[in-house]
Design a protein around this ligand. Structure first.
Ligand SMILES: [Zn+2]
Length: 383
């Protein structure tokens, strides 16, 4: 028995804190996050169950659970029903439906969306606004107003605020660059925090969508890439339960990789970027009014281009899964098949034989839920 749980409880470590040296206060925070994560993902358990699963001592578990009960995050649910030998055990569970987060989805511009969700990811109140061409400071004001109106309208107290924003976002909640919003070096977490009076956690929208598949669906805990296909193409990468932002905060920016130097002109000024084959506007134009076989040919072409970009990533990282999100109608069929075939053909069986390529599970609330998951990670240390 030890006072520090083993690293395989990686769901508790998405916040990306260093793990090499652990002082007692950090160990306690780590263990608390691990217990919260277990209760969140696996449901109610007894203190003895928690000790057994984590390898922590009963004393440590009881102390932490006692704190969590006192804070109102965890409740005693009653004795476990009969059927086991020995004294019936008191079950404890996370009070997911009694605590709330505010989440903002700035992905689908010009529409912006805010919602209050419970910790389980269920939306309890939602409002939308239209930026109507506003960018820069005017867009920032609109985002702040929507957030404040939604929080007030929900009548709830929240444990924190999460924001999924397009563009490059750093770990301190600064939007370094978002062309569509006209933001450069916008201290979004600071600005929103001052207005709302909550902690604010910000990430890129594709990163948030990836985190949502990890937290609220069943995406791989060892490693997966989520490819978000909309007006542009972006990706979020989760490895060993950690969201990977990358050295220059641009991990997953695969949309402007050149897949054909003589290909179509791209909005970035170059030719033949992945986006010019895979972006929704291109897929819609390439399939509109075509015969079934013409449509299939166009979608398979896009699938092969995606496969060419994914194969080296899958091989280098030995990913367990690649998830696609966007329009099921366009992606889930010949396109996904062709991507699978390309990856299988390009990689050794050791990597291609174990990777699963599939559609993401969460629907149009994925980005909002990802913003909510940022709060779990930022405030409680798990997701
Ligand atoms: Zn480009």
């Amino acid at each position: 028995m030890s006072d520090l749980v083993p690293p395989q409880w990686r769901r508790a470590m998405v916040s990306g804190r260093p793990r090499a040296t652990v002082v007692p206060a950090q160990a306690r925070a780590h263990n608390r996050a691990v217990l919260l994560s277990l209760l969140f993902h696996d449901g109610p358990a007894s203190r003895a169950d928690l000790a057994r699963t984590t390898g922590l001592t009963r004393v440590t578990v009881s102390e932490i659970v006692g704190d969590l009960v006192a804070e109102g995050l965890v409740a005693e649910l009653g004795l476990r029903p009969e059927g086991r030998v020995g004294k019936p055990a008191m079950m404890v569970g996370l009070r997911s439906s009694e605590h709330f987060v505010l989440a903002l989805d700035l992905q689908s511009l010009p529409r912006i969306r805010a919602a209050v969700l419970d910790l389980g990811g269920t939306v309890v109140h939602q409002e939308v606004a239209d930026l109507d061409g506003r960018t820069g400071d005017a867009a920032l004001d609109a985002v702040e107003d929507l957030a404040a109106r939604t929080l007030h309208g929900s009548g709830r107290t929240v444990v924190g605020t999460g924001v999924a924003s397009p563009g490059v976002v750093d770990a301190h909640g600064v939007v370094r660059d978002s062309a569509n919003l006209g933001w450069r070096e916008v201290h979004l977490a600071q600005r929103l925090g001052a207005r709302l009076g909550t902690g604010v956690h910000v990430a890129n929208d594709a990163d948030a969508a990836a985190l949502a598949e990890f937290t609220y669906a069943d995406a791989s805990t060892s490693g997966f890439l989520l490819v978000a296909i909309g007006q542009g193409v972006g990706a979020g990468l989760v490895l060993d339960g950690n969201l990977v932002r990358g050295h220059g905060l641009a991990a997953g920016e695969i949309g402007h990789l050149t897949v054909n130097p003589r290909g179509p002109q791209c909005s970035c000024g170059r030719r033949g970027c992945l986006e010019t084959y895979l972006g929704l506007p291109h897929l819609q134009a390439a399939t509109a009014g075509r015969t079934a076989s013409g449509r299939r040919t166009a979608l398979r072409e896009a699938g092969r281009r995606l496969g060419a970009v994914l194969a080296p990533v899958v091989a280098a990282l030995n990913l367990e899964e690649v998830l696609l999100t966007g329009s099921d109608d366009l992606l889930d069929g010949p396109l996904l098949e062709a991507t699978r075939e390309f990856v299988a053909g390009a990689c050794l069986p050791a990597t291609s034989g174990t990777v699963r390529l599939r559609m993401a599970r969460l629907g149009e609330t994925a980005v909002l839920q990802g913003a909510a998951a940022l709060v779990l990670s930022g405030e409680f240390g798990f997701s």
